[in-house]
Design a protein around this ligand. Structure first.
Ligand SMILES: [Zn+2]
Length: 102
């Protein structure tokens, strides 16, 4: 269990988690413990599982990727306009429709 990396504490957000040990039924068991706030969990997997955080990161990545696709489309339309190619708002709208359909 020692080689596994513990995420920051899900309660206080500090990077103060350690693998602690305690006796249970005459055996020593290891468990994640936050040395800052005292939060603890049964397993590293439970400690590191953050379904809401993971969902928000995935959503943030999609938003980030979409932002850059739209920015690239605008830059492309601007370059075509600056080079004297016949571009119009319709060209940009068509590119944005393609992005929206992906
Ligand atoms: Zn904590």
């Amino acid at each position: 269990m020692d080689s596994e990396v513990l995420k920051a504490c899900p309660f206080c957000g500090k990077r103060a988690a350690v693998i602690a040990t305690r006796p249970v039924n005459k055996k020593w068991i290891e468990y994640p413990l936050c040395e800052y706030c005292g939060a603890e969990c049964e397993t590293v997997e439970q400690w590191n599982t953050r379904p809401l955080e993971d969902a928000l990161r995935a959503e943030n990545k999609l938003t980030h990727d979409l932002f850059w696709k739209v920015t690239d489309a605008i830059s492309d339309a601007q370059e075509k306009y600056d080079s004297g190619e016949n571009t119009s708002l319709a060209y940009l709208l068509e590119k944005l429709k393609i992005i929206a359909s992906e």
